[in-house]
Design a protein around this ligand. Sequence first.
Ligand code: NAD
Length: 487
Amino acid sequence: MRAQPKASHFINGEFVEDTSGRPLDVLYPATGEVIARLHGATPAIIKQAAQAAAAAQGAWAALKPVERGRILRRAADLLRARNAEVARLETLDTGKAIQETLVADPASAADALEYYGGVISGFNGEMIELGGAYAYTRREALGVCVGIGAWNYPIQGAGWKSAPALAMGNAMIFKPSENTPLSTLALAEIYKEAGLPDGLFNVVQGFGDVGAALVDHPLVAKVSLTGSVPTGKKVLAQAGSHMKHATMELGGKSPLIVFDDADVEDAVGGAMLGNFYSTGQVCSNGTRVFLQSGIRQRFLDRLIERTRAIRLGDPLDPATHLGPLINNAQRDKVMSYIDKGKAEGARLSCGGGQPKLQGFEGGAYVEPTIFTDVTDDMTIAREEIFGPVMAVLDFAEEDEVIRRANDTEFGLSAGVFTRDLARAHRVISQIKAGSCWINTYNLAPAEVPFGGFKQSGVGRENGLAALSHYSQIKSVYVETGKVESPY
Ligand code: NAD
């Protein structure tokens, strides 16, 4: 299986190679075979990207917003037209099942391009009456923005960051995760075909050092990172040392609360989606599932029955539900959490194994796993696992579950399942998390701001909120009378 791109990087409208950069082999997570060989960016590549982006940005920002939007909407159409091909590439890059990538990954990126292509012309400053005088505000682009991606949603991440950045009149340099460098190059080609002027969307590959060099570059005004909390702290501090703008989309250990009166099938479906989709590698997953005592047994019976029916297998087979994890290191990390769960006294109610699938013996597979009788202090209830491992906790009272749900350093997401809508709103209003759901889980449409409280992040992606984070406000005071001066 080969998925070799024309070159490692895409700068100023062209594929660019520099073989003196650190070798970067791309593995197909289902087999472990090398599907592409790339190189991380050298200082010369980073300089070339920064200069191309800075040179192109001014003229782009000077276009009418509706003209910028038109190019983004054309790119959305082209991406949708290439959905099957890009979804396949995403499956090779990530190992995620093709039945997911066909509906979720390029589609979500295309939604962001379409949304920002439409709303940008209505995103304006304000006019402020000051009694005779007045002031107005302008929303101005920041300049060159850097996007740094995680490996679980590569093209979605590139779309979610580049669409609002470009719509607002910025240029972007995107560094995909070193694990999943391929699909972002396809997005770069699509932007070019859609008519995006050269230099506005550049892709440079590399490991963390390349990300750090981009954040440090004097021509760069902003960084938007998706990644883990430790990386986020480093990147935010580094951006802060240069007084640069920063958006951080980080990890979580989110609560999903199921009250006695919930619809069992919906709640089970929500909990499965919120733990096993993308083989559990989703930042907003509801990995602490709190069950009220009256629904506990009915919920667990159906959960275990439905989880046992999940099909692991060949990611390219449309019948496969779950592919492997991104690589063996991640599989080992997830397995060590499963061991900790057992050692600390949680009950392993489903899964927990490392299956060897015929033809995919080199794949980083882990069974969808359910621990019950989990308590708040256990490691599997406190740390982000980033794999298909659900921790089920029990509760009795509303006040109790709110307190326990909030007892975490994270604050990305939360979900509540109940037929009592007054209770749903009451509970959600007291949960300290940025992206919440009532009677569903893990939907993230482009129109809705997405991001975390506490250690889960700073700033927001999606919605009009993201346009604020890719712009700065200029206030202009306009005097219509005489200048009063005591001098
Ligand atoms: P990671 O933190 O290891 O890496 C993320 C990106 O940062 C990679 O591109 C990496 O090369 C880069 N990087 C690493 N060190 C850097 C540095 N010092 N300076 C600049 N860039 C650096 O994360 P990952 O393992 O790729 O992804 C998994 C994590 O991402 C999980 O914690 C998950 O919850 C989180 N995540 C969050 C969201 C969200 O929207 N909140 C979405 C997806 C994933």
